[in-house]
Ligand binder design. Structure first.
Ligand code: MG
Length: 250
């Protein structure tokens, strides 16, 4: 069941999502060659706690940290570590916050130092795909119009969308219905209609090579099967009385 949120609930979700955005912005400011993903994790946690909120991922199904930090061929769910970021790396930073009963969730992928041109195109394509998907968020539209728009754009550029992981509804739970694939499932071409009160975490994961992924022995880190680079951007978006709002943007 898709849980619709009242305007008041959406206001609360705006706060949790703003904390997510503040933490990601802070990381973007300080990220540089030589920093470890564990240090980035600490920064995220301190911004969250300073705001009186809690990290949503820490302890979620046993995930050990605040931040998911996925480097290069890692797609999502990378565990922060003492790994030092190198010039030319890309790192996906996915962050969830819990504040007064409601969740916020967003992700960005950042290039460390100078990254090569094709890698920059991958990042640009993923960010653009997210906003192309968000443009389809409208009362009365079908859910898979979001999925189809993302898929067409990404595949048109010669990249692929990950199929094993999808976006999701969000609210009093981190993951609620509906699932939001970044591709159109062949057996269901429309999906549910979008309604006022829906809050959706849209998160294209885009690979440079094949769409296939696998999970490493740590049982968390998802990598591309062909070990090509992967990029990930996410926003939490609400359909409100006053139109569509990106909650995870300051
Ligand atoms: Mg998410």
């Amino acid at each position: 069941m898709i849980i619709l949120k009242s305007q008041q609930e959406i206001e609360k979700m705006r706060i949790s999502n703003r904390i997510v955005a503040e933490a990601l912005n802070k990381i973007e400011e300080v990220i540089d060659v030589g920093i470890t993903t564990a240090e980035l994790d600490k920064i995220a946690e301190s911004v969250i706690r300073k705001n009186g909120a809690e990290p949503a991922f820490k302890g979620y199904r046993g995930f050990p940290n605040t931040l998911c930090a996925s480097v290069n061929e890692e797609v999502v769910h990378g565990i922060p570590s003492q790994r030092r970021l190198k010039e030319g790396d890309i790192v996906s930073l996915d962050l969830g916050v819990f504040y007064e009963g409601y969740y916020g969730d967003a992700a960005i992928t950042i290039g460390v130092g100078k990254i090569d041109e094709k890698t920059q195109r991958l990042l640009n394509a993923t960010r653009e795909a997210l906003f192309i998907g968000i443009e389809k968020v409208k009362e009365g539209n079908y859910l898979y119009s979001i999925s189809g728009a993302i898929q067409r754009y990404v595949e048109g550029l010669g990249f692929s969308v990950v199929r094993a992981f999808v976006g999701h509804g969000i609210g009093v739970s981190l993951h609620e219905e509906p699932q939001i694939p970044n591709f159109v499932p062949l057996d269901k071409c429309n999906g549910p209609r979008l309604k006022k009160g829906m809050v959706l975490a849209i998160e294209p994961m885009v690979n440079m090579g094949s769409s296939e992924v696998c999970v490493l022995d740590d049982n968390w880190t998802v990598v591309t099967a062909d070990r090509t680079l992967s990029s990930h951007f996410e926003h939490t978006v609400a359909i409100t009385e006053n139109g569509v709002k990106i909650l995870s943007q300051i």
